[in-house]
Design a protein around this ligand. Structure first.
Ligand SMILES: Cc1ncc(COP(=O)(O)O)c(C=O)c1O
Length: 430
């Protein structure tokens, strides 16, 4: 085996990737530059996360200052640090009115947050004398990270294939049907469901917006059956849906909210959960009851100051409001692609995330359409994300209307180029 690199990329076909890596060297605002000097509009904000854009000096300064003072220290047991305390305070304040009596548990990213929330749901019920409540319901198309429980709760079969037995106390329902969810509660046994996990808008599963009333209905079913509602706002938070947590766009009160990504705009790894008072109460009041969970870097002071500096930018620059404006601009810009011979539909209109879905017949004939379109857009200086039947766009929240229009136009040009290639190949074959 020969390879120039020892770096095994996540979610990668290394046989294809090795030797053809796209090495990103610099970032500035909505743009990144590779080591060949080619500049790209970062239409995916890395992985839906660089909400304030690249190269923010004030985050760099805050991080450097904190590292000089105290770079890292455990928060196990009674140990604490000021950045973690201040950030928990701020994130809890943002959750007031959304989560009842919010508490904040920190870890390192979205997958961590999901597995923390799932374990905490089960631990909570065991603590209050309902040890049979262990079942967790997820939704088809949902993505909840890659840790052991998140892999099971997520609803993208390719991510589960060959990974051995999934957690037997998890199951999936269609992503948009309350009837199916209600039936699943009955099938599992209403006294056995610990939690239902749901993204406010499905992201990695292809950008799917829930039907009106769906999340309210889901929350109501959880309430009626005594289960917890965990809103996975790992993508949706910190302006991506135009509010702090994304789920606050909908009139619902989750028991927990998982967050990551935009909390630091990806400058340093950080994730966590906002936990409501109902779940926190036994752990915070009953002596001897521990949640025996957490990582070396939970409450990492340097990551927490990166978050603070990032949140300062979001507040100062009004990026929550900008997120709301962008959703309209994106829907309108992507809407211009309707009618393209390869395009089957546009999924956009809530949050700064959208998807251009390919026409079903064309996709059946050429399942690599999303990958081809990604490559054609990349050649034209734009990053989009191939996801299922679509390519997705989720730029930083500082993108301008002009940049959004240009990105949509580039996707159109990429689709034209792909269609022309397919036409040429068909002519050559025929
Ligand atoms: C909704 C959702 N939950 C969880 C995760 C996992 O987050 P991470 O990749 O930070 O572990 C992601 C990542 O994309 C996500 O989109």
């Amino acid at each position: 085996m020969t390879s120039d690199t020892r770096f095994w990329h996540p979610f990668a076909d290394m046989a294809a990737v090795r030797g053809s890596e796209l090495v990103i060297a610099e970032g500035d605002g909505c743009y990144v530059t590779d080591t060949e000097g080619k500049r790209y509009f970062d239409g995916t904000a890395s992985l839906w996360c660089v909400n304030v854009g690249h190269g923010r000096e004030e985050i760099v300064q805050a991080v450097a200052a904190q590292m000089r003072e105290l770079s890292s220290y455990s928060t196990f047991g009674a140990f604490s640090n000021r950045p973690a305390e201040a950030l928990a305070e701020r994130l809890a304040a943002y959750a007031e009115g959304v989560v009842e009596q919010p508490h904040v548990f920190f870890n390192l990213g979205g997958s961590d947050a999901i597995d923390t929330a799932a374990k905490l749901a089960r631990r909570y019920f065991s603590a209050i004398g309902e040890p049979d409540r262990v079942h967790i319901i997820g939704r088809v198309k949902a993505y909840h990270g890659v840790h052991a429980l998140g892999t099971s709760i997520g609803g993208i079969p390719a991510n589960q294939e060959g990974m051995g037995p999934l957690d037997p106390e998890t199951s999936h329902v269609p992503w948009d049907s309350l009837e199916a969810l209600e039936a699943e509660f009955e099938r599992v046994g209403t006294q056995r469901v610990a939690a239902v996990f749901a993204e406010p808008v499905i992201g990695a599963g292809g950008v799917h917006r829930v039907p009106p009333g769906y999340l309210q209905g889901l929350a109501e079913l959880c309430r009626r059956h005594g289960a917890l509602f965990v809103a996975d706002s790992v993508i949706a938070g910190f302006g991506r849906l135009g509010t702090w947590y994304g789920i606050d766009r909908f009139d619902v009160r989750p028991d927990m909210i998982t967050f990551a990504k935009g909390v630091t705009s990806g400058y340093l790894p950080l994730g966590g959960i906002v936990v409501g008072g109902r779940v926190a109460e036994p752990f915070w009041t009953r002596g001897g009851l521990w949640f025996r969970h957490g990582q070396t870097y939970s409450g990492h002071p340097t990551c927490c100051v990166a978050a603070q500096a990032n949140l300062d930018i979001i507040e100062r620059e009004g990026l929550l409001d900008r997120g709301r404006e962008l959703e309209v601009e994106m829907a309108s810009a992507l809407g211009t692609l309707e009618g393209h011979e390869l395009v089957g539909g546009i999924r956009a209109g809530i949050g700064t995330l959208g998807a251009v879905a390919f026409e079903a017949g064309a996709l059946a004939e050429h399942p690599d359409l999303p990958a081809r379109t990604f490559s054609a857009a990349r050649e034209r200086g734009l990053f989009v994300r191939p996801l299922g039947d679509a390519v997705a766009l989720s730029p930083p929240l500082i993108a301008t209307r002009e940049e959004i229009d240009r990105a949509a136009q580039t996707i159109g040009e990429a689709c034209d180029a792909v269609a022309a290639d397919l036409g040429r190949a068909a002519a050559a074959a025929g």
